[in-house]
Design a protein around this ligand. Sequence first.
Ligand SMILES: [Zn+2]
Length: 141
Amino acid sequence: MADKISKEQRSLNMARIRGTDTRPERIVRSLLHRAGFRFRKNVKSLPGKPDIILPKYKMAIFVHGCFWHQHPGCHRSTVPKTNRQYWIPKLSGNVERDKKHLSTLESLGWNVQTIWECEANAASEVVLALIEKLTSCVPES
Ligand SMILES: [Zn+2]
């Protein structure tokens, strides 16, 4: 019985890891939605496929997993001790790609925000500060 529960929990965890609609993204979106912002999600036409864009503010938001995108200084971004010859280039490749996407988006005039999964809970000061910033800034059109 105990094994069955842990198996279910495990597949739930895996779904969470694989899914494109991750929990942190949902939290950020629902905060934005509640604050009355219009946005689009998973925008494939832009570099790096931003998780959320606010077209009116020309803002692109990435909600990054701390491990896959190597959140600097975060305990969740620890490189696994085994198989390091696989993980190190893989993870640093992700970081390099993120940097490239960010600078391409910025050169196209987008304001890019990165929200880390460890910060994206309902009480998150980062998300609330972002909403406050958007509320106080005047949209371009
Ligand atoms: Zn983190």
